[in-house]
Ligand binder design. Structure first.
Ligand code: AMP
Length: 439
């Protein structure tokens, strides 16, 4: 196995990074948007990324080194050519104009450059508009937010007694859903409360008192509000569970079940998940009514990602190889995964001192700090984000070219989540995993 590209041919003194390539980016949607759409502060359930062990350490031996705690993953599994699924392979049956939704929603889609419905949108929107319960099997990055967002927003605009609760596993994903809703619902007069972790309850309580038609939140905080009586869920007759598989992986099954039990009995449900295992099926069967399944799993995100390993011997060579990789021209925007909060901080500082435009994101940072780093990354003010697994869940930045696994992930499932950050929106990405070899 060889390292990726030609960076390992370089020796001696290291070239300093060039300035960040400036690229305007439509991802940044944090600006003030649609009238009446109230925003509240975020809340917390802490991520536990800091509790992970370091990937590997200790004495040297021949061949790939042991990978520390967690599952042993054969390094050969980190090497794979991309087999991109071409966008042209799918011909949508609809245009956005075909959908019977409020004009303002169509205008907003168009002004944000959404011209052709993605497969999940093409198949989900008509069923959603009919009021059907839907199970969507789709990855992040396939356009599923608009797939449920368009029918939900249209229903809320046409039926002022309707209310929608949207649950996501992480605060970042909840925030992204809010960002996407802001774009599509601009000028609709709808209001939302965001019930996520990291900041005080006060602003959330205030926005709930405004009687919003939309509540977007993470399971822990939504449940807290229900328990303390500040959020009355029984009028909510539309429910969206996004990334159900991750929600269950993260141990939220009891919270989610409790929340579903509080909703209006007559309701429409949207359940989205990348996988459909028995435990997810049983949750859905309990709460959905004659659901229709829409599956767009064929374009697995990782199919769009070239995967390879970077072999190194010892700490010095490791950071030097990372440096050489990051100064390559093809590397535009990179997320680097490391195993602990401390390691993430240290690496981000090291890269910063070497002249790279980098920042760190992990569970010990406040929500404001995380969001600030993420916004800088989206706006290309920095082009390197060093992250732990948990902090990076749900991050959707369209133009990430490279995912670097500076430490080997704990499980192959973590690996798949990580590399799914690259290769979005039909683009080919690169995933490079550092593997230590003996002398
Ligand atoms: P999602 O899977 O909802 O997180 O969406 C992935 C990304 O694709 C988001 O950044 C959206 O803004 C973008 N997107 C969603 N639908 C479309 C569309 N029909 N045309 C172009 N971009 C889209």
């Amino acid at each position: 196995m060889s390292g990726y590209g030609n960076y390992n041919k370089q020796t001696g003194g290291r070239r300093r990074p060039n300035q960040v390539k400036s690229k305007s980016n439509s991802d940044n949607s944090s600006g003030g948007m649609y009238s009446g759409y109230g925003r509240s502060a975020r809340s917390n359930y802490s991520s536990n990324s800091g509790s992970r062990s370091r990937g590997y350490s200790g004495g040297r031996s021949r061949g790939p080194k042991k990978q520390g705690r967690g599952q042993y993953i054969d390094p050969a599994k980190f090497v794979r050519e991309a087999t991109p699924v071409k966008q042209e392979d799918y011909t949508p049956a609809h245009t956005f104009n075909d959908f019977k939704v409020a004009d303002v929603l169509k205008l907003n889609l168009a002004s944000n450059g959404y011209e052709i419905p993605s497969p999940v949108q093409d198949q989900t929107i008509p069923l959603g508009l009919e009021g059907k319960d839907i199970i969507g099997i789709a990855n992040t990055g396939t356009g599923k937010t608009v797939a449920f967002g368009l029918p939900v927003l249209n229903k809320l605009m046409t039926d002022r007694s309707a209310k929608a609760l949207i649950i996501a596993p992480t605060r970042e994903l909840a925030q992204q859903i809010d960002d996407e809703f802001r774009k599509v619902a601009k000028g609709s007069g709808l209001a939302a409360a965001i019930l996520i972790g990291g900041t005080p309850m006060g602003p959330q309580l205030r926005s709930l008192r405004g009687n919003p038609q939309i509540v977007i939140g993470t399971p822990g905080r939504v449940k807290d509000h229900i328990t303390r009586g500040s959020f009355r869920a029984k009028n909510f007759n539309i429910i969206v569970l996004d990334e159900v598989d991750r929600m269950l992986d993260m141990g939220f099954v009891d919270d989610v079940t409790a929340i579903l039990g509080e909703l209006a009995e007559e309701r429409q449900s949207f359940f989205f998940s990348a996988t459909m295992e028995p435990r997810i099926q049983s949750l859905i069967q309990t709460f959905a009514k004659d659901p229709v399944t829409v599956s767009v799993k064929t374009g697995d995100t990782s199919d769009n990602v070239h995967q390879n390993v970077v072999e190194y011997r010892g700490r010095t060579e490791k950071i030097d190889k990372l440096h050489d990789l990051l100064i390559q021209d093809s590397v535009e925007k990179t997320i680097i995964f490391h195993d602990t909060q401390r390691a993430v901080e240290e690496l981000a500082r090291e890269l910063h001192s070497r002249g790279f435009k980098s920042d760190a994101i992990h569970g010990a940072k406040t929500q404001v700090q995380r969001q600030r780093a993420l916004n800088k990354f989206k706006k290309s003010e920095i082009n390197i984000l060093v992250a732990t697994d948990v902090a990076a869940r749900g991050i959707d930045v369209k133009d990430i070219t490279h995912v670097v696994n500076y430490t080997v992930p704990q499980t192959y499932a973590d690996y798949t989540h990580r590399i799914g950050r690259a290769g979005r929106a039909g683009k080919t990405g690169y995933a490079l995993t550092f593997v230590e070899v003996g002398y």
